[in-house]
Design a protein around this ligand. Structure first.
Ligand SMILES: *Cc1c(COP(=O)(O)O)cnc(C)c1O
Length: 347
């Protein structure tokens, strides 16, 4: 039997509708901005997110790094949460591309650096011995994440995002939001997605996670920012020819936003089921990510994952005692019931 794959929402197979969209896509050379399908996707996403312009990227990682490069100069500090994706999960690419230093802060249980923390960071960096001296370091950017992946798919409310972006703006620091799963936050909180993008200067969203597109992410912001990002994308080798062939299923994936609710229901159901197992400490999911603390189970992380695999269920090890499960479009309630049953048998 095929294992029930809860490693990530990136493992989905493209739907028939997406495959048909590939066949019928109208194409042109996007490195000359002449691919009508890419243009259509960019316009749709800019519209949905309530921003002037959007730019299509092969991956979220490239879009995040291009955004950071546009916002900063080499040597500047980028304030981020210490569990953020850009800090922990992009193979330090940021430092390679942009030459910035990362300034990780414990953003607390919501993973969002608070206004006080941003002010303190600013004082720490600019004090010795005064802000105009040759010693001081500039803060070039604040980055935030929504939903917050490593902290358990937390759906961060727009007010909390804006408190931090406003504080950053007061000290002339722009904000980039890593919104790979921002769609999930909007659906979980039942707030229009454009409400989440008012504070940050730029936002990255992915089509290749819960929405189920085979590849693709977009960066949104104002027109001038996107112009500059287009140049950086070229430098990174991300200007693609007839990219409409991969953008077309991305357009179809925008029809799947409301259906994320199903993934959230399945996540809640899965969490409730496995929390009945002794010593399984299950974080209450807010979206499609479930984080389980296995410290009290008495198995090393790798061993736990191996037992899980033998039971026909796949998860991801996050640290030695944290395991992540993600529900997605190719998982239905029956799969979840089977997964719970199998995990109960093993543990
Ligand atoms: C997946 C993810 C990314 C990167 O997206 P890729 O397309 O895999 O490069 C960035 N940020 C967060 C929070 C993610 O979950």
């Amino acid at each position: 039997m095929e294992p029930i794959d809860l490693r990530s929402d990136t493992v989905t197979q493209p739907s028939n509708e997406m495959r048909a969209a590939v066949i019928n896509a109208e194409l042109g050379d996007d490195s000359y901005s002449e691919d009508p399908t890419v243009k259509k996707l960019e316009d749709r996403v800019a519209d949905l997110l309530g921003r002037e312009d959007a730019l299509y990227f092969p991956t979220g990682t490239m879009a995040n790094q291009a955004a950071i490069q546009v916002h900063t100069d080499p040597g500047e500090m980028v304030i981020c949460d210490e569990k953020s994706h850009i800090y922990r999960s992009e193979a330090s690419g940021i430092v390679e591309w942009t030459g910035v230093q990362l300034y990780p802060i414990d953003g607390g249980d919501r993973g969002i650096p608070r206004p006080e923390q941003i002010k303190i960071a600013n004082e720490n960096l600019n004090t010795p011995p005064d802000s105009s001296s040759t010693y001081s370091t500039n803060i070039g950017l604040l980055t935030l994440e929504n939903t917050h992946n490593a902290r358990g798919g937390l759906a961060i409310e727009p007010g909390r995002i804006n408190d931090s972006t406003n504080t950053a703006a007061q000290i002339d620091v722009p904000t980039h939001l890593d919104g790979a799963r921002l769609w999930n936050a909007a659906v979980a909180l039942d707030i229009p997605i454009s409400k989440f993008t008012e504070g940050p200067d730029s936002v990255m969203v992915s089509l290749s996670k819960g929405l189920g597109a085979p590849v693709g992410s977009l960066l949104v912001g104002d027109r001038i920012f996107i112009e500059e990002a287009r140049k950086v994308r070229k430098q990174m080798g991300g200007a693609m020819g007839q990219a409409g062939i991969i953008a077309a299923p991305g357009i179809s994936s925008l029809n799947n936003i409301e259906e994320l609710e199903k993934d959230h229901r399945n996540a809640a159901y899965f969490a409730a089921g496995i929390s009945e197992i002794d010593n399984m400490i299950v974080q209450n999911p807010e979206t499609n990510i479930i984080i389980v603390d296995i410290s009290d189970i008495g198995l090393a992380g790798e061993e736990f994952i191996e037992r899980l695999r033998m039971a026909g269920v796949l998860g991801t090890l996050l640290g030695d005692h944290l395991v992540r499960f993600v529900t997605h479009r190719d998982i239905d309630k029956d799969d979840i019931e089977i997964a719970i049953e199998h995990i109960k048998q093993v543990f």
